[in-house]
Design a protein around this ligand. Sequence first.
Ligand SMILES: Cc1cc2nc3c(=O)[nH]c(=O)nc-3n(C[C@H](O)[C@H](O)[C@H](O)COP(=O)(O)OP(=O)(O)OC[C@H]3O[C@@H](n4cnc5c(N)ncnc54)[C@H](O)[C@@H]3O)c2cc1C
Length: 598
Amino acid sequence: MEKYERHPFDVVVIGAGGAGLRAAIEASSLGAKTALVCKSLLGKAHTVMAEGGIAAALAHVDPQDNWQTHFRDTMKGGQFLNNWRMAQLHAQEAPDRVRELESWGAVFDRTTDGRILQRAFGGHTWKRLAHVGDRTGLEMIRTLQDRGVHQGIDVFMECTVVGLLKDGDRVAGALAYWRETGRFVVFRAKAVVLATGGYGKAWKVTSNSWEYTGDGHALAYEAGAELIDMEFFQFHPTGMIWPPGVMGILVTEGVRGEGGVLTNSEGKRFMWSYLPEAKRKDFAETPEESQKWVDMTVAGKQTDARRPPELSTRDNVARAIYTEVKEGRGTPHGGVWLDISFQDAERVKKKLPSMYHQFKDLADVDITKQPMEVGPTAHYAMGGIRVDPETGASTVAGLFAAGECTGGMNGANRLGGNSLSDLLVFGRRAGMGAAEFAKRNAQLPSIDETEIQSQVHRTIAPFERRGEDPYSVHSALQDVMAKYVGIFRNEHDLEEGLRQLLSVRQRIENTHVEGSVMFNPGWHLARDLENLAVCAEATCRAALLRKESRGAHSRTDFPKEDPQLAKVNVCAKKSVEGMAVSATPCPQMPDELRKLFE
Ligand SMILES: Cc1cc2nc3c(=O)[nH]c(=O)nc-3n(C[C@H](O)[C@H](O)[C@H](O)COP(=O)(O)OP(=O)(O)OC[C@H]3O[C@@H](n4cnc5c(N)ncnc54)[C@H](O)[C@@H]3O)c2cc1C
C-alpha cells in the first residue's frame, strides 16, 4: 500500500479564489482532468471579500469608455512599470469576462435600462466598476463555484500545499496535507497553476485574512521561479481603526466612489492639499463642483463636473492620511473621518449594505448618521510570480500562475477593481496555458520519493524542535514590517528591517508546536511563516534596491522618481547564496500603444 494518498491529474490548480476557479473552469473545459486544491472551504477565498466591483470598459454608464482608456489608466496607475501586454490583454478582455460571468448567472446591479451598472473608482477615468452593492466578490465566487462544480472539477478543500515536486527542471506535482487529519497527500500533475493570492499577513494592520501568507509566492520561489515588483505593496487608505479587534478591516473605496468625504480633526477636507500637480486638473476645484459630480453620479447622469479629490489613487490617499495623523490632525484613535452621512440614508444602505452592517455591528456607528473613523491598512500585493502574459506560464516548465500571486499586471500600483478583472482574464489564460501544456506533455512526469520524504520532514519538524511558539514569532515579523517596511521607507530603516527579518527567519526555522497533526492551527502557522518570511525578505530587499519613490513605494531619502528606474522591474530569485535581487529591463511597449499616451 502507498504510504501517502496519491492523485494523478492533468492540471492541478492550487487556490480556489477567482483566479483559481476561473483557471480550473478553463482547463477542465478544454478536456484536462483538473483538481482544485484550497486551504480553506470552497467559496471562502479572499475573492469573496471583494466589495467595490470589477473594472471593465463596458461603457454602460459613460459611453466614452473603451479598452484604450482602461489600458492607459492602468499603465498610469502602475507608473509604467506594468507589463504592457498584460495591461493590454486585461483591458481588452475584461468586458467579455464580465459578460460571460453574467451569462453564467451573476446578478449585477442594473442601470435604469437594464444593463450592468458601473461605478466610479480612484484612477479610472470613467465609471467602470461592474458591481453588486458592496458584495461583488461574493456574487463572483458563487457564480464561478457553481460553474466549476457542475463542470466536474475535483475539489480538495481544507488541504494545504506545502511544496512543489519536480522532475528535473519541470514541475511534476505538489505535496499537501489535510488540515483536519494532518495526513499528507501527493498530487501528480502534468501542469500546476498557482492561484494562492497575496501576503498581507506580513503586516499587523491588514485587510487580509489568515489565508494570505504568500504560499504561492514562496512555492514558486523555492521551485526556481522569479518574483518581480515585490517592493510594491498597496496600503489601502481606508481600513477600520476602532475598536482594536477590528483594526484593518477594509472600508471599501466604494464609499468614496459614492461621494464619501475625508476630513481631519480640524474639519478640513484635506485631500485637495495632496493632489499631485500634474493630476490636479482631473479633479473638482471646489466642494460645489465635487458635490455636483456626486449628485449627477447618484442620479446616473452625465456631467462636466470633475471628480472629488477623495478619488485620487490609493497610494496618494494613504500617504495623505498617514501624514495628517503624523502631523497631529488625526481623530481620537489615530485616523481621519470618512463621511457619507450627508447622503440619503436609504440609498447608503442599498449601495453600501456591508459597510452599513460592518460599522453598526462592529463599531456601533451608524454610517447614515455619523462619520467613520478610518486609516491605512495593508491590502494588496502588486508583486509576485513573473508570468508570460499570453499563457500564465512562469519561468519554470509546467508551472503557471494567475491572480494576486503574480506580478506584472499592476506595476507600481493597482487601481481598485482591476484585481477582480485580472482574476477572470488571466485565470482563464493560465487555465488554458496549463491545459495546453498538459496536452503537449502527455506523459505524467515522475515523482522523486526522497523529495517527498524531505518535504514531509520539513513540515512536521516543528513538533520536534524546541524554539518559540509560532504566534509570537509571527507577531515579531509583523512588528518589523510595520516599523521598517511600511508606507514610508528609507535606507536606514530598510537595512535595519532586513537585519531583523533575517533574525526572525532563524526564529521561524526553530518554532515549536505542541499536540498532534490533527487540526492544529499552531502547526499550520509554523509552516505558513516560512512562506511569509520569503515574501517579507523579497519586499525589503527589492525596496532597498529601488532608490526612488514611485507608486506605492515611497522613499523619504529618494522622494522623486528616477527615470532610469522607470525602465526596470526588480526581480528576486533563489540562488546558492540565498535570495538574489536584481534590476531586469521592463518589456518595451510597441509604438502603436505608446501613441495612446501622446
Ligand atoms: C476586503 C477586500 C476587498 C476587496 N475589494 C476588491 C474589489 O472591490 N475589487 C477588486 O478588484 N479587488 C478587490 N480586492 C482584492 C481582491 O479581492 C483580491 O486581490 C483577489 O480576490 C485575489 O484573488 P485570488 O484568486 O488571487 O486569491 P484568493 O481569492 O485569495 O484565493 C486564494 C486561494 O488560495 C488558497 N491557498 C492559499 N495558499 C494555499 C496553499 N498553500 N494550499 C492550498 N490552497 C492555498 C486559498 O485557500 C484560496 O482558496 C479586495 C480585497 C479585500 C481583502
